[in-house]
Design a binder for this molecule. Structure first.
Ligand code: SAH
Ligand code: SF4
Ligand code: F3S
Length: 477
């Protein structure tokens, strides 16, 4: 590792070069072993952070000589990039990995790998070791850049590999990326999380916060825009903390302004913001910069102050609403708000849950991501008494989703007659000559138009609210 003028380590150029050499060796092995390009299947669970990691995994595998398939039974390498945030996500991974047992037995040259957040938990790695002996390679979130070396070892040595260092990963630059989409790009600006919300596993599996350098982020953004990308989403578990570990320090709002200043017609998105660190400066920056989508994803988790404090969130309902009202004041109707909510946190009462309902009623989010609390081993909340039954929590959950559906339907009606600058994503579903376009707030508007408008920004006026999409027509420029 190289020490830089900052608190975070960066993987040295020498190490990256070493990985390139491994990549070349794998390429030679694969071309000797297979007459056709071997295929890899990457299965990604979890958040955009994982999606971005998978794009780097694909970039490295592509250099090693792999092609790609969605069909597991055509693949010579299957990679599960896993998520640990809720139990349901973990169960799905075990089910899917388990179902490969006979395929692996009948095809001994196939490699099966598991990586991502789940693997950073010791009890999960132990379970894979014991109960899934056909998994060849397990690696954690901090060593993705060493994939060429790990694949080389897996191909040349029969021993199973468990590469799970428990440290805060250094930042690796210069890794090839194979993106899933050619107009919308994910751009990680930081890794890890320091917040330790009491229910959340992320800080344990992703390590402490560390920011990529301003130069690395801005030059990646510039390269994306120059090669035609129209939408760039800056990613981090808590983007408002960006730059705190850099020397000199820089704020997230400053970074946004620098990206906004890059010439070109494109849109900037970012996620996720934490209400504790979300500043008025950031909201002002959003309002002032023309290329920043007027979309704020600001998870509130609970509308009750006692529950928020037990969650270790470090803000109150009042502070949250103050931020929301400030954003509404500055951006008015053009603002789209979304959020995450947890229902049934240990010890939450129905009375307290009603504060979540009233907050949802008050803010009128464009969309809500709602989750029933899932205990995560090793987190403080998992040790808290949790007397409310799953059935009862299910009832609360339905009450919340029904309320949000009512609000979404009301919102849809309100959009009629309004115009939005939209990015045209491709064919629509309403009919043959319909195209789909997305607003800043990720609403979908379908309109009739020529297919060559795909990949451009257009002003669309909403004519009719349907259940999940809006119908509209293109305005003359
Ligand atoms: N860093 C982001 C989101 C991380 S995980 C943030 O702080 O907002 C995405 C969402 O999953 C969280 O916002 C939370 O609503 C939910 N979540 C996290 N841990 C959970 C758990 N143990 N049970 C249920 N939902 C959880
Ligand atoms: Fe988890 Fe909280 Fe960090 Fe988000 S901010 S990743 S919810 S610990
Ligand atoms: Fe899941 Fe890891 Fe993201 S736990 S939500 S994939 S950071």
């Amino acid at each position: 590792m190289e020490k830089t003028g900052r608190k975070t380590d960066v993987v040295s150029e020498k190490e990256i070069e070493k990985q390139r050499k491994f990549s070349e060796k794998v390429f030679c092995i694969l071309s000797r072993r297979y007459s056709e390009k071997p295929l890899a299947c990457i299965v990604t669970y979890g958040c955009q952070q994982n999606v971005a990691d998978s794009e780097r995994i694909k970039g490295m595998l592509s250099e090693m000589g792999y092609g790609f398939t969605e069909n597991r039974t055509k693949a010579k390498l299957i990679v599960f990039n896993t998520c640990a945030v809720r139990e349901h996500a973990e169960d799905r991974v075990f089910g899917n990995v388990g179902s490969l047992k006979s395929y692996r037995r009948d095809n001994p040259d196939v490699l099966i790998a598991c990586c991502g957040c789940m693997m950073q938990q010791q009890h999960i790695a132990d379970k894979i070791k014991k109960s899934f002996p056909f998994v060849d390679l397990v690696f954690g979130t901090h060593v993705i850049y060493r994939l060429p070396e790990l694949i080389y070892r897996a191909l040349t040595n029969g021993a199973r590999i468990f590469e799970l260092p428990d440290m805060d990963g250094a930042i690796a630059e210069g890794i090839p990326v194979l993106r899933d989409n050619d107009s919308r790009a994910w751009l990680p600006i930081m890794y890890g999380c320091n917040n330790f919300c009491s229910y959340c596993i992320v800080p344990y599996v992703r390590g402490r916060e560390r920011s990529r350098s301003v130069e690395a982020v801005v030059s990646e953004a510039r390269a994306l825009i120059e090669s035609g990308y129209k939408e760039i989403t800056l990613l981090g578990q808590n983007v408002n903390s960006y730059g705190k570990d850099l020397v000199p320090q820089i704020s997230f709002a400053q970074l946004l302004r620098m990206i906004n200043d890059i010439p070109g017609d494109f849109r900037i998105r970012f996620m996720t913001s934490h209400p504790r660190d979300c500043t008025k400066e950031l909201i002002k920056t959003m309002a002032q910069c023309d290329k920043i989508a007027k979309h704020l994803h600001l998870p509130f988790q609970s509308g009750n102050n006692r529950v928020l404090s037990e969650m270790n969130r470090h803000y109150t309902r009042e502070k949250y609403l103050e931020l929301i009202n400030y954003a509404k004041e500055l951006m008015g109707d053009s603002l789209s708000l979304t959020s995450d909510v947890i229902v049934g946190f240990p010890g939450e009462t129905y009375e307290e849950f009603k504060d979540t309902l009233s907050l949802v009623e008050e803010v009128k989010f464009t969309a809500l991501f709602t989750f029933i609390y899932s205990p995560r081993k090793g987190t403080p909340a998992a040790e808290m008494p949790d007397p409310v039954t799953a059935q009862e929590k299910g009832r609360w959950f339905r009450e919340l989703t029904e309320l949000q559906e009512k609000i979404s339907a009301e919102n849809m009606k309100k959009y009629t007659g309004k115009s939005f600058k939209c990015f045209v994503t491709g064919k629509g579903k309403l009919g043959d000559n319909y195209l789909a376009a997305r607003t800043d707030g990720n609403l979908i508007i379908e309109f009739e138009g020529d297919e060559n408008l795909t990949g451009t920004f257009q002003n669309i006026k909403v004519t009719e609210p349907l259940t999940y999409v809006l119908k509209g027509e293109k305005e003359r420029k």
